[in-house]
Design a protein around this ligand. Structure first.
Ligand code: OAD
Length: 235
């Protein structure tokens, strides 16, 4: 337990896979039957807001049917029992870390359960569907809401805070991410550059970045993460 003072955990779609949320890079290269450029870019939203809203409305509705799995719960337990700093940086837009009990969670790619008003820049917690005519509760304008999701071509949230955490951590753990999407895919290289932290990958199979880690373990997150957390917390 005394071994580490500051932990950063990066999570990706793989940690939520066993809760029933599909990962992104299926064998057919499609994302739930859509091309990324049709549903996950600002241009797609400008071209066809209805399709983009439909896509995220379905994904938001699906959150009501899933629950955190043992991997999310183990990270919440780690945060609670650990007496140093711990930050979860997640690429996931689901809320399973929070529902498992984690408090210090940074959603670098946004959150499905939030709407962002392009009229007033306000953000609102949003559980139901967003439509082209939905009204912003802050400014009361209609038709300016979009899902609060970072799309391709946009800058992920809170990069300064992430850089600071990465530079100061002494344990970096990457869970359930394929290492295809930057800047998250570059975090392990950045941490290695600072030279202070032990780096561990926990993933179903080797990711694009596996060789960068001091230690890699391959298998389902629901098994690997609880076992790893027990090791970190010690007897
Ligand atoms: P990917 O779908 O690219 O990768 C998921 C990773 O999880 C793969 O390496 C799988 O092998 C692994 N995996 C699958 N099931 C697992 C399990 N049960 N236990 C452990 N690992 C498992 O998802 P991400 O890397 O999260 O961005 O994708 C990164 C970003 O690309 C996403 O945040 C999203 C997407 O485009 C935006 O929406 C901006």
């Amino acid at each position: 337990m005394a071994k580490y003072r500051s932990i950063v955990v990066l999570t990706g779609a793989g940690i939520s896979a066993e809760s029933g949320i599909p990962t992104f890079r299926g064998a057919d290269g499609l994302w739930e039957g859509h091309r990324i450029e049709d549903v996950a870019t600002p241009e797609a939203f400008a071209r066809n807001p209805r399709l983009v809203h439909q896509f995220y409305n379905m994904r938001r509705a699906a959150l009501k049917t899933v629950e955190p799995n043992p991997a999310h719960k183990a990270l919440a337990r780690l945060e609670q029992a650990f007496d140093g700093e711990m930050l979860i940086v997640t690429q996931n837009v689901d809320d399973l870390h929070e529902r498992a009990g984690s408090k210090n969670v940074l959603h670098m790619h946004g959150e499905l359960r939030k709407a962002w008003c392009l009229g007033c820049d306000g953000r609102t917690r949003w559980e139901e569907d967003i439509h082209e005519t939905s009204r912003c509760p802050h400014c009361a304008r209609e038709g300016r809401l979009r899902p609060d999701i970072v799309w391709f071509g946009e800058i992920p949230y809170q990069m300064d805070r992430i850089d600071e955490a990465l530079s100061g951590c002494d344990l970096f753990v990457s869970i359930g991410t394929s290492g295809n999407v930057y800047p998250a895919a570059g975090f392990v290289a950045l941490v290695r550059h600072f030279g202070r932290a032990h780096t561990v990958e926990l993933n179903l199979d080797p990711s694009e970045c596996s060789r960068m880690f001091h230690e890699t373990r391959h298998g389902p997150a629901s098994q690997l993460v609880p076992a790893f957390v027990e090791e970190v917390l010690g007897p």
